[in-house]
Write a protein that binds this ligand. Structure first.
Ligand code: GAL
Length: 952
């Protein structure tokens, strides 16, 4: 078993090659295998023998992770971010090393067995495995998300065979796979027997380029026979001569926007391989990253392979739908964090159109807390493993036009082995640059890349001649980094409610051409579907599976929830990065096409108030001015929609939107309907509202902390208040904002009006807020909120709460919507008439937290079923600011106590919050705090509402 702790990557695996579609005989070994799990690696190896009796074993599907089967009988998933879930004792792993033995009878057809050679291919096994065919050992391999092939010709025969595989959850390779994700052992990608016919094609690389309208193919084919290249659509049919490029004439280029692919075949007499070619040239010119001569701006997502039931087992239909969803939300790029995905994913990226950063399966983050002492990245014993990993990465996927950058891995410190990987890639593929964020000083990488820098720092990176030192760089190294294109390999940590400030990052991209955009962290929540002991389903995160060490819900940081529901953060992203800028200017709208290379002839422009808007096709980088001739007193919304269906969206899908505000009329004076009693009081307190039991307003300064509010990230924008050791949520809890008490100071009646004054404060605090409430018989109420001096830091909200009957279960409103919005996440919000049920108003974040705030509401009608009960009209304060609302089945205090949605208590009350203001969202779960301009300071605010019966 010494091999388990051997840093060398494999014994007996064949050199890496492309993942090819070929007509040579092949046999999928996916399906049920016999399976036995042992707690250690010491079970006898006799199971590899053909005659072994596995009758007592279970069945387990391949591909699968064993911990996601057997209802706990095969162990449970483990989630850690940086921590290793085993002692840091490289290259050793504990004796407690769950080991899965797999066996399968394979009936090999004669045509496959008759090939000159047969290889057995594994596309992904976590974390290391050993293989036997008919009792003969054929080799071992590690590198979980990498493909390995073994020559099994000598052991395989036509007819009945036995393939046996032993998989260890932990191995030396685990030290190189410390990515922030679930540890999920097993054979989780395809297993295939592949025939290699005599005179067949061992490997193909059709490098393409595009210059001045013409395409070039530079073929590299490994074959012992003459090879013919055919590209029917370009009338190409010619014998390949090694090293000689094929000029294919005029072609349409490939881009993420117009992913033009040409079917091609490469054949010998014995074998034909089918590929799809995209013509594009990737280059770095100065500090510009260009494809086909034009600068690329990445509006990207970090994509892990994760599925709530399957884990990292690929499901093509689900992946295609996920990528289509990305396209619908204006995502144009993917970083395959932090390992190569299933090979089919790249076919989908070629076809649907994404700029891809293809990352190697490498992360040693757990060494950081040792000051990187002992980090494999700089230890010669691991050099072979590092090189093997990057070779397998590049060789497998080299044919894809979507891949424009190779990435060495993630968060592995720095060292000679990384530099060696980069040198290997440069020697092998001069056509794509090398990325690795951890190379702060830029010694061996081609792009400057960072994760989570604040907006200010990002701007400094984009600015020439800045004297600001760059992270980890001497001035000279910093100067060198500033000569390179810059990208944010991670930014905008999308954990829970957030992120804020997407628009601030995007604005920089248009001002500083060195900045090439970036990749949001991350695309999806990694929740694993599980259930409570009494059978209620939920999406589990770290700690839900009895892990010894774990990192809680840090794995739930996606733009899409575990059940595929896009978050409001994703809607915000879509609006911020939309490829058209529409600027209203007097009676005109100016439309800028911000795309890389596509014009706008695929779009129609539609006015929501009337008909289409005639806009001529705008070339990329171009601009037109169109008269809109609309009533300035009305809200004008223009959508750019798809003129025809695409592979990822139907005709009419909205690509970009802009809204011109109306000049709003002041609120009309009250109409007091006779006999209507808006308010009823007892002892100076509201007991009925419009005839139904109700209490309020009660001051609410607390919100259930978001993951960003709980964040301790040290990347704080607001340096005058940087407290890396204290989260905003801790500050709020210490100040007692979640446990405010009230003392009635006075009650006065004068004529029709009732005036109350309350002093609101927390136990053991001298700080307070005075709240004055003035009720008028015309149905209006004014609330003055006046904090005492001395309140620290920021507040989550300044608002009031009304407790209403539980059957108040919906709202329709005129104001910003349809999704929740917060001060630093407002770009997706448009003024309009919206309606939603109380449950639709909240987002089911994996850990319950603040949700549902609709900003700048003009009027709000509360409904019970189909009945409109009551309408609140808001009156702007003296600075023209309007409050927002939240309608929820729970108080912030209840929400803050729940760790999962199913832990929220049953509710019989509907809570209406009217907030004069909310604090921003920021990204402090892993990144900058709320930008100072969107931080809510304790301050005096006024809320004015008018109630009227029924609908607005
Ligand atoms: C980054 C890391 C990601 C993820 C993220 C936080 O540092 O590269 O893998 O852990 O932080 O969610």
């Amino acid at each position: 078993m010494a091999y388990i702790a051997d840093p060398r990557p494999h014994h007996g695996a064949l050199p890496a090659r492309s993942w090819l579609r070929s007509n040579a005989p092949a046999l999928s070994l996916n399906g049920p295998w016999r399976f036995r799990l042992s707690p250690t690696a010491t079970a006898p190896e006799d199971f590899a023998a053909e005659a072994f009796d596995d009758a007592g074993w279970d069945d387990l599907p391949v591909p699968a992770h064993w911990v996601l089967h057997g209802d706990g009988a095969y162990g449970r998933p483990i989630y850690t971010n940086v921590q290793y879930p085993f002692p840091i004792d490289p290259p050793h792993v504990p004796d407690e090393n769950p080991t899965g033995d797999y066996r399968r009878q394979v009936d090999v057809p004669a045509d496959l067995a008759g090939c000159e050679r047969v290889v057995l291919r594994f596309d992904g096994v976590e974390s290391m495995f050993r293989v036997w065919v008919n009792g003969d050992e054929v080799g071992t391999a590690s590198g979980s998300r990498l493909a390995h092939e073994f020559d099994v010709t000598g052991s395989l025969r036509a007819g009945a065979n036995v393939v046996a595989v032993r998989v260890h959850q932990w191995s030396a390779g685990s030290y190189l796979e410390d990515q922030d994700q679930w540890w999920l052992p097993g054979i989780f990608r395809d297993v295939t027997l592949i025939g290699r016919p005599a005179g067949g094609i061992e490997d193909v690389w059709l490098r393409t380029s595009y210059t001045d309208g013409r395409g070039l193919v530079l073929p590299e084919v490994t074959a012992d026979a003459p090879v013919t290249l055919r590209i029917p659509a370009l009338n190409i049919e010619q014998v390949v001569v090694a090293g000689e490029p094929v000029d294919v004439g005029e072609v349409a280029p490939w881009s993420a926007e117009e992913p033009m692919l040409y079917d091609a075949t490469v054949s010998t007499a014995a074998e034909t391989v089918t590929l799809r070619l995209g013509f594009r040239t990737v280059e770095i010119r100065g500090d510009q990253f260009l494809v086909n001569g034009r600068r690329v701006v990445f509006h990207g997502m970090n994509r892990h392979e994760t599925h709530p039931e399957r884990g990292r087992v690929f499901d093509e239909e689900h992946a295609r739908e996920d990528l289509a969803r990305m396209k619908r939300f204006n995502v144009n790029a993917i970083r395959t964090s932090h390992y190569p995905p299933h090979p089919r994913l790249l076919d989908l990226a070629d076809e649907l159109g994404f700029w891809v950063i293809l990352e190697c399966d490498l992360e040693t983050h757990g060494f950081e807390k040792l000051g990187w002492h002992g980090n494999p990245s700089d230890d010669p014993a691991w050099r072979e493993a590092y090189l093997d990993r990057v070779e397998r990465t590049v060789e497998r996927d080299k044919n894809h036009p979507s891949i424009v950058i190779w990435s060495l891995g993630n968060e592995s410190g720095t060292g000679a082995n990384l530099a060696a990987m980069s040198a290997w890639v440069h020697a092998r593929d001069a056509g794509r640059p090398v990325h690795y964020e951890g190379d702060y000083t830029g010694d061996y990488t081609d792009l400057y890349s960072r994760m989570y820098p604040p907006v200010t720092e990002t701007e400094q990176i984009g600015t020439d001649g800045s004297r600001t030192p760059l992270l980890g760089c001497t001035p000279a190294q910093g100067a060198r980094q500033r000569t390179k294109p810059f990208l944010l390999c991670e930014y905008a940590h999308a954990m829970g409610n957030g992120p804020g400030a997407l628009d601030q990052y995007e604005d920089l991209v248009h001002r500083h051409p060195r900045l090439h955009g970036g990749f949001v962290w991350e695309w999806r929540d990694h929740g694993i579907r599980t259930s409570t002991p009494d059978g209620r389903p939920f999406y589990g995160y770290g700690g839900d599976f009895g892990e010894v060490v774990h990192d809680g819900n840090f794995v739930m940081d996606g733009m899409v929830l575990s059940d595929d529901v896009p978050t409001p953060g994703l809607h915000e992203f879509k609006a911020v990065v939309q490829p058209l800028r529409l600027t209203f200017d007097g009676a005109d709208v100016v439309i800028d096409n911000l795309r890389h290379s596509a014009d706008t002839s695929d779009l129609r422009f539609v006015r929501r108030d009337s008909s289409a808007l005639a806009v001529p096709p705008i070339p990329p980088g171009g601009s037109v001015r169109v008269a809109v001739d609309a009533d300035p007193a009305a809200w004008l919304t223009i959508d750019a929609v798809l003129a025809a269906a695409t592979a990822w969206a139907p005709e009419g899908h909205v690509v970009a939107t802009a809204q011109r505000p109306a000049s709003e009329a002041p609120v009309a004076p009250a109409r007091v309907s006779s006999g209507w009693r808006p308010f009823e009081f007892e002892n100076g307190s509201l007991v009925r509202l419009a005839g139904r039991p109700a209490t309020g307003p009660r001051l609410e300064l607390f919100r259930a902390p978001t993951d960003n509010d709980e964040g301790l990230s040290d990347r704080i924008e607001d340096s005058d208040e940087s407290r890396p050791d204290v989260s905003s949520a801790d500050v709020w809890r210490r100040a007692g904002l979640d446990r405010l008490t009230t003392r009635r100071v006075s009650v006065e009646r004068s004529g029709d009006a009732l005036r109350t004054v309350d002093r609101v404060a927390a136990a053991d605090s001298a700080l307070s807020v005075l709240m004055e409430t003035i009720w008028s018989a015309d149905g209006s109420v004014r609330v003055e909120i006046l904090p005492s001096s001395g309140w620290p830091t920021v507040w989550p909200r300044i608002g009031v709460r009304f407790d209403l009957p539980g059957d108040v279960d919906g709202a329709s409103w005129f104001g910003l919507g349809p999704h929740e919005s917060y001060p630093d996440s407002m770009r997706a919000a448009q003024v309009g008439h919206y309606r939603a049920t109380i449950d639709e108003l909240s987002v089911a974040y994996a850990r319950p937290q603040e949700t549902g705030h609709r900003s700048q509401v003009r009027s709000l009608t509360l409904t019970s079923g189909d009945d409109a009960w009551l309408t609140l009209t808001t009156i702007p304060d003296t600075r023209g600011r309007r409050p927002g609302f939240t309608l929820s089945r729970h108080t912030p205090q209840q929400i803050a106590r729940a760790a999962h949605p199913h832990e929220l208590p049953p509710s019989t009350t509907s809570y209406l919050f009217i907030d004069a203001a909310q604090h921003g969202l920021g990204s402090r779960a892993c990144g900058p705090d709320v930008w100072p301009g969107f931080a809510l300071r304790p301050e005096a605010r006024t809320i004015r509402l008018r109630f009227s019966p029924g609908a607005a």
